[in-house]
Design a protein around this ligand. Sequence first.
Ligand code: B12
Ligand code: SF4
Length: 436
Amino acid sequence: MRVLLIWPTGMKGDDWMLFPLGLGYLRNAVPCDILDCSIENVDNEAIAERARGYDVVGITVWGFNTHNVRNIIDRIRARSSARIVVGGPSAGLVAADYALLGEAEEKFATLLAQFAAPTVEQVDAIPGLGVGTERAPEMPRVFSDNLDELGVIDYDALRLADYHRAGYKYWMYTLKDKFVTAPVMATRGCPYKCTFCAAPALQGTKLRKHSIEYVIDSIETLYFKHGVRQVSFLDDNLTLDARWAKKLCEAIIRFKHKHNIELSFSTSNGVRYKTLDLELLKLMRRAGWGEIVLAPESGSERTLIRMRKELDLDVVDEKVDLVHRAGLNAVAFFIVGYPGEMPDDLEQSRRYIMNSKFDRAIVNLFNPIPGTPIYDELLAAGEIKPKEIKINYRSAEALQYVTPGLTRDALRRFQLDVSEKTRFREMWLKDLPLAA
Ligand code: B12
Ligand code: SF4
């Protein structure tokens, strides 16, 4: 059976590119070819042409990219009878033959095996599988316990060198030097239930980890074979298990000493504040971190409760002090315009941000993202309609959803008020003192 996986058009913008790490895992599970449209610069017509001759075509779907994927599917259907399988965080938003939501190595391999002798019962028995638009895709339920068994990522097959040539950069706020970067995901799953986040639905609520040896081997390959000088951990919460995270940092320090090399690290999606202590932060600094990204998300206790953040702002402040004592920059994420927010909530967030010791605050305007609990809530309440999402974190004018208690003007004024804290104020990596 010939299988083609497509990283579709629209996975890169003027100043960002998403690296197809997920396809790297899938190709370990299923023999296939990969068509990466970000690198090959093919248009949708050419994609459909390339898809001819394959029995199964798989396409990745992210929420902001559903229109491209629909268009690709239409064109493939006009030319071939291949079975079309969509996967990724927003697979449920596109009509295809099959939709696999979230983590999919095992599910995809099982589905392809079933294609060999398909009966409806067999296909129906696959957990987490949605069939076309006839049935709403169920949430994924197959999560691999042993991540190492998913295999080693072949960065050559994912054309990392082409990504570097095309200017690929995984951001790190403290990183102003042009390090060559590459992503690694060391853990999957998150036990929290923040209402604006789809991660637990996509990767489960149990924290699962690659072995430390696996992570160090990946780092070694990236450094020596691909010239990578900054490794970006894509994890939702790399430090959730602090004991494991300390061991990882110690292993990185040993690895760097052994080879006498410089290498930096980032966790730009943020880490939970609770498990951070001074020992871990100092180890992270010694291992090569320059910044710690935290995500208080709001300065309003009321909003935090509605977000189900399970977060104590006083403790966050204490952790920021620890981050600084370890010689690291502290960066913070905030969401404003969350459903139900009133002007007073904005004022509390404004005060919190302006009085905080964060070196930089990143303020994002709220967007309801399909697959998140708050999206379902707004949909059920009739406050939003299911349609193409245009994710936009910066422009109040272009927001698709504004909570009834606020106005675009209030959000715009908020952005202006806190803009001083949203500029780069932190020290550059090379200027940061090494922690004692
Ligand atoms: C790391 C990350 C990023 C990185 C990019 C990662 C990269 N690959 O280059 C950065 C920081 C750049 C990023 C950006 C954004 N992200 Co983001 N990101 C993530 C995160 C934490 C992990 C994604 C990842 O790479 N996983 C690693 C690989 C191994 O898994 P995977 O890609 O999901 O692939 C697996 C499955 O999805 C599936 N699969 C994938 N493709 C296919 C195809 C087929 C055919 C099949 C069968 C299966 C399949 O199988 C793979 C193996 O299991 C997720 C949350 C999460 N935990 O999933 C959010 C997440 C995907 N991001 C999200 C969003 C909204 C964004 C942004 C739009 C906004 C933002 N949060 O900043 C931007 C988009 C870019 C832009 N326009 O600016 C949402 C997606 C919502 C949606 N429904 O689309 C998520 C779910 C987080 C959330 N808020 O809920 N993100
Ligand atoms: S925002 Fe972070 S802590 Fe909250 S559910 Fe998502 S990944 Fe977990």
